[in-house]
Write a protein that binds this ligand. Sequence first.
Ligand SMILES: [Zn+2]
Length: 131
Amino acid sequence: MVLDFGIDLQGRRQIQGWLKADLALACRRCHAPIERAVESEFLLGMVADESLAGELPASHEPVLVENEQLDLLALVEDELILSLPQVVYHDEADCLVPAQQLVSKADDATEEASAPDDNPFAVLRTLKGKQ
Ligand SMILES: [Zn+2]
């Protein structure tokens, strides 16, 4: 992960960041983990007040800095979540659930989405613990 703190020509404080993480995401079909490399690049503009966010150029994502405190971990988490694939599946040959069962499985897809194994935040908790 690279974070580059700087001040642009207009005197705005900005963070240019790049991060990469290897995450174990649950397969939507069989719930076995799949290793995925996730990569994200971002350009953030620091604002002291939400009302100032509108003054940032479109290239910058606003990030709120309150009392000179920047919650870096929350920021990185947000970026990671944004870069996560919505749904991951094994290739049919690797999946523990045979392809012919998929039709009946599709019906309870909504229910599965709220299962703890599918929660991207659970992955992030693991990540947090390692730091
Ligand atoms: Zn699978």
